[in-house]
Design a protein around this ligand. Structure first.
Ligand code: NDP
Length: 483
């Protein structure tokens, strides 16, 4: 029986109805989704079932595995040497997971304790590399999904970097600068022993920007008595790279621009909706406007703004980067713009959608709404912002869809360029780094588009990105023996 993803209706949080039958949890629903066209057993399906059983209660990790293993199925089944060498079992299991206590003192003199994580996922093609996320939603499942994605993403950059991810359930919102410093110092006191410029090089992510990287780096330097490039996203004064702040957003737009160009299109005169208003969203919006598009909406976790004249990026930077305010404050300065509380940003009519906030923010009903309104392309700036069902709907409706592991790889690519500059004790100009970033993003597009075509699935960039990213790492693992 053929099972359509759209038939998966989420009813209660942990209860899913599928084809009229109740399914106990999301893990089972993912599996049914995975098997939508298959009745035959496959190495990828076996591994997915096994890994889910071994790692229960990790829904985000299961979701990332489902997308990737499904995309890899035809490719992996054609090369039995992967199965003989247990490549997928090893690929889905992190090399190391570190969980630690982070005690710190708040402004009232009270001791607080958070959980710290670092998942060192795969070092087959280089040292572990990936960001740190500070957000109350952080869990082992989220860090594992991000680490798993990072392995494939880093491989796609063409640079020698393995994958890892870390973070904490610490919430920086509403904390004083002293509290943030206290937390960062405690976090790095433990993390330092696990890092090294040739071992593991963390960076920023949600809740970790240049200020936090500065506090983390200061502690690393004090404990290790060494000045090296062990963290990226550093300030320019002490080894940071130009363009790192802009890299993920600019890189996303460079890649989507290339995809549009190959399909006889461009950003010029296009209406664009971007979710989030953090680092990725701001610089994606800036680059879209450089290329002649009009960004009409941005959001945060409370709601979204709409400005039909085009968002004033300098005003957003002032509110978000300088004042650390909320996106709703935009309407105090631009009377014509309006603010809406809650979800709903994807109901705004646009030609191109760039989800740049967080995982699973674009759901199947949003995908349907975007398609109904004529959306022709979606580029994921955030990590896994589109649910499995929404991704399937885009693919079935021929919307050009680029998954995050390819689309947002510009950030880590420039981080790797920062590492190169640090070890060479040099600093490249803005234009030099921008040019390298652009070349990397165009190469990524070529790689994923060619791979999809070779697999007989032209324009399926989910298939292209997963296979192209996986192949390089898997082949390195095969050559390095059973480790
Ligand atoms: P920031 O912390 O700078 O901004 C995050 C933005 O997303 C904020 O506007 C935030 O709103 C919003 N957001 C966060 N959580 C939620 C939520 N649960 N619901 C709705 N909105 C939410 O992070 P970045 O811009 O750096 O990261 C955004 C995404 O891009 C993440 O998925 C990250 O992993 C990914 N990414 C980032 C890279 C980078 O270089 N920075 C590199 C590659 C990927 P609020 O302020 O209300 O929380």
């Amino acid at each position: 029986m053929s099972i359509m993803a759209e038939e998966l209706e989420f009813t209660l949080e942990n209860e899913v109805s599928f084809d009229g039958r109740a399914v106990k949890d999301c893990a089972q629903a993912d599996l049914l989704y995975f098997r939508q066209e298959d009745t035959i057993m496959s190495y990828t399906i076996d591994v997915l079932e096994k890994v889910k059983k071994q790692n229960p209660n990790e829904p985000e990790f299961h979701q990332a595995l489902t997308e990737t293993l499904r995309a890899l199925q035809t490719f992996v089944d054609a090369y039995p040497e992967y199965e003989r060498a247990g490549i997928l079992e090893r690929f889905c299991e992190p090399e190391r997971v570190i969980i630690f206590r982070v005690p710190w003192v708040d402004d009232r003199g009270k001791v607080q304790v958070n959980k710290g994580y670092r998942v060192q996922f795969n070092s087959a093609i280089g040292p572990y590399k990936g960001g740190l996320r500070f957000h109350p939603s952080v869990s082992l499942s989220i860090i594992k999904f991000l680490g798993f994605e990072q392995v494939l993403k880093n491989s796609l950059t063409g640079l020698s970097i393995g994958g890892g991810k870390g973070g904490s359930d610490f919430d920086p919102k509403g904390k004083s600068e002293r509290e943030i410093m206290s937390f960062c110092q405690s976090f790095m006191t433990e993390l330092t022993r696990h890092t090294g410029e040739n071992t593991d090089i963390p960076a920023g992510d949600i809740g970790v920007g240049e200020r936090e990287i500065g506090f983390l780096y200061g502690t690393y330097k004090r404990l290790s008595n060494s000045f090296n490039g062990v963290l990226t996203g550093k300030g320019i004064a002490y080894g940071g790279s130009l363009i790192r702040t802009e890299a993920t957003g600019y890189g996303l737009v460079y890649l989507v621009e290339e995809m549009l160009r190959r399909h006889g299109n461009s950003f010029e005169n296009k209406t664009v909706v971007i979710s989030g208003s953090g680092n990725v969203a701001i610089y994606a919006a800036e680059k879209v406007q450089h290329l002649g598009g009009t960004v009409v909406a941005l959001s945060d976790s409370d709601g979204f703004i709409y400005d039909s004249d085009g968002i004033d990026i300098n005003l957003v930077k002032e509110i978000k980067e300088l004042k650390r305010g909320r996106i709703s404050e935009y309407t105090e300065y631009r009377r014509k713009a309006f603010y809406t509380k809650g979800r709903g940003i994807w109901s705004i009519k646009c030609d191109i959608a760039l989800p740049c906030a967080t995982q699973n923010e674009l759901k199947k009903e949003d995908a349907r709404e975007l398609i109904k309104n004529g959306c022709l392309a979606v580029g994921e700036g955030a990590n896994m912002p589109t649910t499995l069902e929404a991704t399937e709907i885009f693919t079935q409706n021929k919307v050009l869809f680029v998954p995050s592991k390819a689309a947002n790889a510009g950030g880590v690519a420039v981080s790797a360029l920062e590492m190169s500059q640090n070890s060479m004790r040099t600093a490249w100009t803005f234009d030099e780094v921008d040019q390298k970033l652009k070349e990397i993003m165009i190469n990524i597009y070529n790689n994923i588009a060619n791979t999809a075509k070779e697999m007989g699935q032209e324009d399926n960039f989910v298939v292209g990105a997963n296979i192209a990213g996986f192949k390089k790492v898997a082949d390195a693992m095969l050559k390095q023996g059973i480790i």
